[in-house]
Design a protein around this ligand. Structure first.
Ligand code: NAD
Length: 330
């Protein structure tokens, strides 16, 4: 791209552009006319990045991050993190890596955003910051934004996220950096991790159902009575862009209010697939008993909240995962 065009267009940096949400965000920013630089340890797994430029590199490395910020960006999106599903986050085996890696990324990106006078910076926090004591009742979890304190996340992943929220807020307070913070609640959709241990419940369920013949058995961690809400990727990105365009710093929930048990999630996927399967409950990491987004604040501040149904998003996701399963089994 010529310098002239790049200079007219708004510029965005997407950290974590090789990941699930980051690669979809790059597509959205491109559609909106941004010039986009994507950075990640790896390129997107499924399809080419649509970023104008993509740098493969490690955001834990101070010198590398300095080079990334040798231009000024109108908007920075910080999505890079050492993360995964329950099998990665809740076993405890990866805690030191999760805390070390994600903190370093945030420290480096934020400092360079401030020094290079970036226009605005978005930070992706998580529902995992909410106290475990408010998520014991599967029917009545409390996840309104202010309930984050006194802090008591149930994972070190959540503790790193809440530390980093505060880091972003401190840069806003002390340096006037324009910061936007969202707490994502279980985002899912096509082109997300669906196998290998880092996949989340909707993708894992779609994979299991796609892999088994009608009448077969699938395994599920726990009794399946734990509840969650899941948000389709397009709605998540709509929320992110609206937050960036608003004057509200956050933190604010970006999630769905449609709460289902994991058993109900499995039933929904089976219906979509047209299969009747038996569920075998086995022991495994499950996280909190109940979790669902509380969307009162986003509605109040942005005049908008996600509304698409879980079923609609799952249909699109199942089609894609079913394709992946049968591609790899050929
Ligand atoms: P993802 O794992 O698909 O993407 C994260 C990306 O960060 C990966 O591509 C990874 O390679 C990259 N990364 C990790 N360490 C890096 C490093 N040292 N240098 C450069 N890149 C590095 O995850 P996602 O689902 O796209 O999530 C994006 C963000 O949203 C994360 O910060 C995550 O914690 C947050 N979040 C996601 C969800 C969800 O449901 N997906 C929920 C809550 C919060």
């Amino acid at each position: 791209m010529s310098r002239t065009i790049k200079n007219i267009k708004k510029t965005a940096l997407v950290c974590g552009a090789g990941g699930f949400i980051g690669s979809h965000l790059v597509k959205k920013l491109k559609k909106e006319g941004f010039w986009v630089l994507g950075v990640d340890l790896k390129k997107p797994e499924y399809g080419r990045s649509e970023a104008d430029k993509f740098i493969v590199g490690d955001l834990r490395d101070q010198m590398f991050v300095k080079k990334v910020f040798n231009q000024r960006f109108d908007e920075v999106y910080q999505l890079a993190a050492d993360m995964g599903g329950a099998g990665y986050i809740f076993t405890g085996d990866n805690d030191a890596n999760i805390m070390h890696n994600s903190s370093l990324i945030n420290l480096n990106v934020l400092q360079n955003a401030q020094e290079s006078k970036a226009g605005k910076i978005f930070y992706s926090s998580s529902a995992c910051i909410y106290p475990a004591y408010n998520q014991l009742d599967p029917k009545n979890p409390k996840l309104f934004e202010e309930s984050a304190y006194p802090a008591a996340p149930d994972s070190e992943y959540g503790w790193e996220k809440i530390f980093s929220e505060r880091l972003y807020l401190a840069y806003h307070k002390n340096f006037g950096l324009k910061v936007r913070i969202a707490r994502f609640h279980n985002i899912f959709g096509p082109e997300g991790t669906w196998t290998g241990g880092k996949e989340k419940a909707p993708a894992a369920m779609c994979r299991k159902v796609a892999q088994v013949k009608d009448g077969g058995i699938i395994e599920m961690w726990g009794d399946g009575k734990q509840t969650r809400s899941f948000l389709y990727i397009d709605e998540c990105l709509e929320g992110v862009r609206r937050l960036m365009n608003s004057n509200f710093t956050g933190p604010v929930n970006i999630g769905s209010e449609e709460m289902v048990s994991i058993n109900q999630l499995a039933e929904m996927v089976m219906e979509i697939a047209g299969k009747k399967l038996k569920i075998k409950h086995i022991s495994g990491p499950q996280g909190v008993r109940g979790r669902k987004s509380d969307n009162r604040l986003i509605k109040k501040k942005l005049g908008w909240k996600p509304t698409s149904s879980l079923r609609d998003g799952l249909e699109k996701t199942y089609v894609w995962i079913n394709e992946q399963v049968h591609k790899t089994s050929k």
